[in-house]
Design a protein around this ligand. Structure first.
Ligand code: ARG
Length: 651
């Protein structure tokens, strides 16, 4: 049950004869921010006042007179300029709790309108090390899939692996001419990653060397212009503006020169790399040629691709396994290669794609940049592949909805992609770019290692587990008799470490950037997985201590007694699970669910401080409190599992 929607439905009936479009009015009914305003508050009387030509309080009174909600709520109160405050009846809360006692779904029903949703997430690029950006996509995407499934939708998770891009040309070139055989034999994926980086470095170096004189010239010209303007320009606003614009251009031109010089210096300070550059002139073009050959079906390059791919995929799978994440499909970019020519012909036949400066492009109104589906040299693009993918998902997978969990820096791409797909005839499907921000270091820049490389995922997971192990050890050593064997501790450290990383990501609004902070992530108090996991174990401990069999708890009489505000608040929180699930799925924001978990855990801790279970005044009260404890444990287990986070009975 979605409690908020239940309340809104009652209002919808009351409002039906008063307004034509009730939906936006219902949006203004929300859980109350402060308990003194009751449990729900309706704030629509003021905005409706103009529309209906009546005073807000009068409108509020009219709605309250029509509202049939006495089975759920105490009589409604009208406050201030026309707010309607509602307080649920204790009997209603208690009765709902006894209905859901013992239910792992906490009373959440399956949707009546299941959709067929494809969720595209993770999408790492093979042979480039997977980094924290891909971690965000992986963790958010998995939580969305799990929650959609829980709600009763049909979900296909698909990993759109980048296995066909320009990096393969670099790797093939590197493998042919620069490989270290011993290193390749020992760790092929590691060696391929090194080769990718090396070819990249050499090509950056060569292009910097080639461009430097031109860049220096451009900067010098700007500097001269600036000097001339400083002396001769007038002091009016226009001149000042012009001066500041030239200064800005010069500053950024200097920055570009500086970067090129740094790139050059770093290669020239390494004798071996510098020598390699001399023996491999024009490496960028040579690598590009290898990609073109691969895409054109060249047998040697395809053989190499087939040889490299399995190991690269295995390396990725190791990470997914550690994260406990599985995909229904992993159709990489290469899968769509045979379909790309047809995509372009079809777009041309419908007059959607046209030739422009030698390339084939789709122009979307309101976008300056064209959406290129075939480049001047005949190569298809990321865009062409994505269009083929949409066609496949629509026609073969019968998707009604496609979600793309991808960095927000790609929003322009998805905007153009969805617009093109709609024009192409796929407008009966829903598309959404589920975008997310960047993971930042404490220095406010994208998260990097000390050596300046992007942080590889494997080492990140290792560190999380090492840090978690310290917490687990300390906690268990504090006990009079430690409860965990060394193996148990290792298992719990995995659960805490991986859970900590996932939760830290999920509890931020996905569009914001966030700062990666180990200490905050694994803190045992506050809005962290660690806190929830320990809360879960604590409840399991209560049941062990009191020797209560949780499996039969709910089958006995489950009358719920709400004798204190703390019991009531906890019970109400537990009833809001369905509302938080629907809230999360409305715009695919996992933090809606973590907020609910955190508030519920907070309500539990206040309940537990105030209300003794063991020494409850009566057996009935003790039993009622045990049921609340049990439901809380289920709430934590179920809520965390939707986020892909595990728990343990003893920690
Ligand atoms: N491989 C891409 C990247 O690393 C992400 C793929 C996202 N999915 C898609 N269908 N475009 O940026």
């Amino acid at each position: 049950m979605n409690l908020l929607n239940t309340v809104r439905d009652r209002f919808a009936a009351a409002l039906a004869s008063m307004v034509t479009d009730v939906a936006p009015v219902l949006e203004m009914i929300r859980p109350a921010q402060d308990a003194k305003f009751g449990d729900f508050q309706a704030n629509f009387a003021m905005p409706l006042s103009k529309q209906l030509g009546k005073a807000p309080r009068e409108i509020a009174q009219m709605v309250v007179d029509r509202l049939e909600i006495s089975d759920l709520c105490e009589p409604a109160e009208i406050a201030g300029p026309g707010f309607i405050n509602l307080r649920l009846r204790n009997e209603f809360i208690a009765q709902r709790i006894s209905v859901i006692a013992g239910d792992d779904r906490l009373g959440v029903q399956l949707t009546h309108a299941p959709r067929n949703v494809v969720v595209d997430f993770s999408g790492p690029n093979v042979a480039k090390p997977m980094h924290v950006g891909h971690l965000r996509s992986t963790v958010i995407g998995d939580a969305i899939c799990k929650t959609l499934r829980f709600a009763g939708h049909h979900v296909t998770s698909d990993n759109h692996i980048g296995d066909w891009g320009t990096q393969f040309g670099m790797i093939i070139y590197g493998y042919r001419y620069l490989r270290d055989d011993a290193a390749f034999a020992e760790n092929s994926v590691g060696e391929l990653a090194r080769l990718y980086k090396l070819v990249n470095t050499l090509s950056d170096y060569q292009s910097s060397v080639a461009k430097l004189p031109e860049l220096e010239q451009a900067s010098a010209t700007l500097k001269t212009q600036l000097a001339v303007h400083e002396v001769s320009a007038g002091s009016d606003d226009k001149a000042k503006k012009q001066l500041s614009s030239i200064r800005k251009q010069w500053v950024s031109a200097e920055e570009v020169v500086k970067n090129a010089r740094t790139t050059i210096a770093s290669v020239e300070s390494e004798l071996v790399v510098h020598k390699l550059s001399r023996s491999h002139p024009g490496i960028a073009r040579l690598a590009r040629d290898e990609t073109v050959k691969l895409h054109a079906g060249d047998s040697e390059n395809n053989q190499l691709w087939n040889e490299f791919l399995p190991d690269c995929l295995e390396a990725l799978n190791r990470i997914y396994q550690r994260l406990g994440i599985e995909f229904d499909l992993a159709l990489g970019e290469s899968y769509y290669n045979p379909m790309l020519a047809d995509v372009v012909s079809s777009l041309k036949a419908k007059n959607l794609a046209i030739e422009s400066e030698g390339a084939t492009c789709v122009f979307i109104a309101g976008n300056d940049a064209p959406f290129i589906v075939q480049k001047t040299d005949g190569a298809f693009t990321y865009a062409t592949t994505d269009l083929a993918t949409i066609q496949y998902r629509r026609e073969i997978l019968k998707a009604d909805e496609m979600l793309y969990v991808v960095d927000k820096r790609q929003s322009e791409h998805f905007h153009q992609l969805f617009a093109t797909a709609a024009l192409w005839g796929m407008n009966d499907a829903r598309f959404q770019h589920v975008s997310f921000g960047t993971v930042m270091g404490k220095d406010g820049k994208p998260y990097k290692t000390r050596s300046g490389d992007t942080v590889g995922l494997e080492s990140l997971l290792d560190e999380a587990i090492t840090r978690a192990r310290r917490i687990v050890d300390e906690n268990d050593d504090r006990r009079e008799t430690p409860m965990l064997s060394s193996d148990d501790r290792a298992t719990v450290a995995e659960i805490v470490g991986i859970g900590g990383i996932k939760y830290a990501d999920l509890h931020h609004n996905r569009d914001s950037d966030y700062i990666f902070d180990w200490d905050k992530m694994l803190a045992t108090t506050g809005d962290t997985a660690t806190y929830m996991q320990y809360a879960y174990a604590r409840i399991c401990g209560i049941f062990r201590k009191l020797d209560v069999d949780r499996t039969t708890l709910a089958s006995k009489d489950s009358t719920i007694l709400l004798t204190t505000p703390e019991e009531r608040r906890l019970a109400l929180q537990l009833l809001m699970f369905g509302t938080s699930i629907d809230g999360m799925l409305q715009d695919y924001r996992p933090h809606t669910l973590t907020n609910w978990l955190f508030e519920t855990a907070d309500a539990f801790s206040k309940f537990y401080d105030r209300c003794s279970v063991q020494d409850a005044e009566s057996n009935e009260l003790r039993h009622s409190r045990l049921i609340l404890c049990d439901l809380m444990a289920r709430a934590l287990r179920t809520g965390l599992s939707l986020l892909g986070i595990q728990i343990a009975d003893v920690m």
